[in-house]
Design a protein around this ligand. Structure first.
Ligand code: PFF
Length: 401
């Protein structure tokens, strides 16, 4: 009998993958680049593109025996195999900088505010470097335990904890800091004509929902037979969006209170939030909760990211897949840390390889038409979206980058 998720387990694991640095770190600054229109665009493109893609991936995974390579190959022999290979390479490479970032969030959560290291110097200490090694080893070990004994056990503890941390921080911002102005954003109609905003919304939504990376194919292949895939996809969308919007409130509330500008990129978490420690009430506790939240979110995403190359190698009959992946992660992760290549890696992988993988997986999974069984209406429209419209939008995105 195949190692299956429980009904709640697959929703928690899916959320564990979806809710990550993308929600808490990336969403707040991308949304503030545009304003209220971005929230509406985000909701629309998620429902139009990301949710259908999730349904398509989950249903192909469940329909065809195998984990990722076999389902994709069966859908489209050439393009499907290529999609599986690119998704596996993209996620494997993604893990090599996602793991150092996960270690950094843990390091910040564990250190005293007076001793926060500068982000760029973080890995100069052997202690912090060992956090990266420990996290990588725990991740690989979890994956090697399989679904029920591995990822499901972890997310059953971590996801409730994540929810409590988000709610506690949100209540703090509203009731202790009295910061609610972020709730009343004004809509500026002409901004809806900004094509770049729509493309950014698509790439943020796909990244945030972990769609088009093969993760949902792997999870679908471990889903129970009679569970509604449409409901799983909708729950992932609702949960992930709720956390992203809450993170916007938390970050903006704290930074408004401290009169700080919202900074993008690495500075947002590792500088701005560090600087507020001495300004806001209970600063030490707040920054601890914030970094603990970032860590829990990042860690569960990291595990899911490595499930893709792991099951790809398993599908090819390689038994010690976890060993090879572990060694690769440690060596390349170490190089990225030592050469400070984090931002370059994010550009190449996050903005090039992952979108390419999403476009290929969208086309390949749609050809199997497995999603049709999960939908009552819009079967034709979903097929057109996944085969033509979404890949076209991603193509535009790649051209503009
Ligand atoms: N969805 C995760 C986030 O929002 O941080 C990141 C992620 C996980 C991206 C898994 C891609 C992926 F395959």
């Amino acid at each position: 009998m195949k190692d299956k998720f429980s009904k709640i387990g697959i929703v928690l694991a899916g959320l564990g993958s979806a809710v990550g640095l993308g929600n808490i770190w990336r969403f707040p600054y991308i949304a503030s680049k545009y304003g209220a229109e971005f929230f509406i665009a985000y909701l629309l493109v998620s429902l139009l593109f990301s949710v259908p893609l999730l349904i398509s991936e989950l249903s192909v995974g469940r329909k065809v025996k195998g984990n990722i390579l076999k389902p994709l190959k069966k859908s489209m022999p050439f393009l499907g195999s290529l999609a599986a290979l690119i998704a596996s390479i993209a996620t494997l490479l993604l893990s090599t900088y996602y793991a150092p970032l996960t270690a950094t969030t843990l390091g910040y959560a564990l250190s005293h505010p007076a001793f926060y290291p500068q982000f760029k110097d973080f890995f100069d200490s052997t202690y912090n470097l060992s956090l990266f090694i420990i996290i990588s080893i725990i991740t690989i070990y979890t994956i090697s335990l399989g679904i029920k004994k591995g990822i499901e056990k972890i997310v059953r503890v971590m996801m409730p904890l994540l929810f409590v941390l988000v709610m506690a921080l949100l209540l703090y911002v509203i009731f202790v800091l009295n910061e609610t102005s972020w709730l009343f954003l004004k809509i500026n109609l002409p901004n809806f004509l900004n094509q770049r905003m729509w493309l950014d919304a698509i790439s943020q939504s796909i990244f945030s929902l972990s769609a088009g990376m093969g993760i949902m194919i792997v999870y679908g292949s471990h889903a129970k037979k009679h569970q509604s895939i449409r409901n799983i996809a909708l729950l992932l969308f609702l949960g992930d969006t709720l956390i992203a919007f809450s993170a916007y409130g938390i970050v903006h509330g704290i930074l408004n209170y401290s009169n700080m500008n919202i900074a993008g990129g690495i500075d947002l978490a590792f500088k701005a939030i560090v600087d507020i420690v001495y300004v806001v009430p209970f600063g030490g506790l707040v920054s601890f909760a914030f970094f603990a939240l970032l860590f829990v979110a990042a860690f569960t995403s990291l595990i899911s990211i490595l499930e893709v190359p792991y099951y790809y190698l398993k599908d090819r009959g390689i038994k010690e897949a976890h060993i090879y992946i572990g060694v690769f992660l440690l060596i390349i992760g170490f190089i990225i840390i030592k050469k400070s290549l984090l931002e370059e890696a994010d550009f190449l992988i996050g903005e090039m390889l992952l979108p390419l993988s999403a476009a290929l997986i969208s086309i390949a999974t749609a050809q199997s038409r497995a999603f049709e069984k999960e939908l009552k209406y819009f079967k034709k429209e979903v097929y057109t979206i996944l085969t033509y419209i979404l890949p076209l939008c991603i193509g535009l995105l790649l051209l503009l980058d």
